[in-house]
Design a protein around this ligand. Structure first.
Ligand code: AMP
Ligand code: MG
Length: 424
């Protein structure tokens, strides 16, 4: 890593923002993101690959679910009328004419006055209209003594009782988690049209950055952002590629970012976008690759934000501030929304809940604050953590929520109700 980046900056010229540049609201910045990012082309993937992607089609039940009447229990399939009088004191004995197990495709039938052993999931034999659970019998093999009565339909899962043929089971726009994958598989779908997992390239910038695991010399710090942002992208169901620290030198940064355009659906950088210094090279450099708006967003942390598109394919790029807390909050607010847009989802955001403040807080005027907090969902409380500086990475290790304080609020007291963003 080079430390002598200074000399080249003048070649590229400087963009100095107006000192009194008006603040952009969080919502206006989000609206800009939503208006700019187009969904990725949908693609046809096998079920295993489709997991974690977003459906680009409705999934309908091709046939009724379940497809045939079957037993809900291990027991005996019979005519309910044959055991209408059965009880503990007056058991009814029926001959057992055979056995049908799950997966058996035979065409069986049960005549009145007889029964058939049956296992859970086995096709109900013709004629039978109920199943008596084995627990209410003596478990007999040739004949069985039944000590309870059942009504018609007892312990039977009827065809179509889960879903009718043609019923929409999953709608386009649904993210395929384990449950949704199960539904698609149960409906017999081997492949699905999906918006693929976005490929996210993460790059950190800064002369001060050193790879964790290597020794530090005074004046340097370890790069936490690139690992954090790549992890956050993976947690958001993306494929993430991490690029190690890039020095504050346009001549190194420009090719590094250009190289990544090949494999990126979206690029996230951290650092180098503050409001003034000539070391804020990201700002200086990226203007040459595309259209990026650098603005001050009315929030804390995370005020300096850059967003736009670069390269031939107009790849979306987020240039996040370097302070780790700012970078993290910016990811969960803005990058997450951008990732949603890539998969055809509008307004993707973390879940919001309401909770009572476990302690007082302060917030700057005219800015929306995102304070790290400890949410106790059982108690319905959220407590602001000590150490809210945007460089205070230690607090990130304790937080499970962000307390959202509106722009017009400057202080709140214990017990006040607040909106809370639940961190993944
Ligand atoms: P910058 O946005 O480049 O002005 O950086 C703001 C602050 O964040 C500085 O204290 C940087 O040292 C710190 N910082 C920048 N990038 C990283 C990173 N990748 N990991 C940890 N801290 C960083
Ligand atoms: Mg920097």
């Amino acid at each position: 890593m080079t430390a002598e980046a200074g000399g080249h900056h003048h070649d590229l010229g400087h963009h100095h923002p107006e000192p009194d540049e008006p603040l952009t609201s969080v919502d206006a910045h989000l609206a800009d993101i939503a208006a700019t990012i187009r969904p990725l082309p949908p693609t046809d993937l096998g079920l295993a690959e489709a997991e974690g992607c977003v459906l680009a089609e409705d999934v309908t039940a091709g046939a009724a679910l379940p497809p045939f009447d079957n037993s809900a229990m291990d027991g005996y399939a019979l005519h309910a009328s044959d055991v209408a009088e059965a009880s503990k004191d007056a058991p009814v004995t029926l001959p057992v004419v055979g056995e049908v197990a799950a997966g058996d495709t035979g065409a069986y039938a049960v005549a009145p006055g007889t029964c058939m052993r049956i296992t859970t999931g086995a096709k109900l034999p013709g004629g039978a209209d109920a199943v008596i659970p084995v627990e209410q019998t003596d478990g007999g093999v040739a004949k069985v003594s039944i000590r309870a009565s059942v009504g018609p339909g007892h312990a039977v899962r009827f065809s179509g009782g889960d879903a009718r043929a043609g019923e929409v089971l999953l709608t386009a726009g649904t993210r395929l988690g384990p449950m949704q994958v199960a539904v698609a598989a149960a409906a017999g779908r081997g492949r699905l049209a999906v918006y693929p997992r976005p490929r996210v390239v993460v790059l950190s910038t800064g002369n001060e950055l050193t790879e964790p695991g290597h020794g530090l010399v005074p004046g340097k710090i370890w790069d936490s952002n690139s690992y954090m942002l790549a992890a956050a992208a993976r947690q958001a169901d993306c494929l993430a590629f991490r690029h190690g620290p890039i020095p504050d030198d346009p001549l190194e940064m420009l090719p590094a970012i250009e190289d990544q355009l090949l494999r990126a659906d979206l690029i996230v950088t951290s650092g180098g976008v503050s409001m003034g210094g000539e070391h804020d090279v990201v700002k200086e450099t990226l203007g040459r690759l595309g259209t990026i708006r650098f603005r001050k967003v009315a929030m804390q942390p995370g005020m300096p934000q850059g967003f736009g598109t670069i390269g031939e394919d107009q790849t979306p790029i987020f240039t996040l501030p370097g302070n780790p807390v700012s970078a993290y909050v910016s990811f969960q607010l803005f990058v997450l929304a951008g990732l949603g847009a890539l998969q055809g989802q509008r307004g993707r955001s973390l879940p919001l809940v309401r909770a009572a403040l476990g302690g007082p807080l302060r917030s700057p005027p005219s800015k929306r604050s995102y304070l790290r907090g400890m949410l106790d969902r059982v108690a319905g409380t959220v407590t602001p953590l000590a150490g809210q500086g945007s460089h205070q990475v230690a607090t990130l290790g304790k937080a499970n929520a962000l307390i959202v304080v509106p722009e017009w609020v400057v202080q709140m007291k214990e017990g006040d109700e607040v909106e809370v963003m639940v961190l993944p």
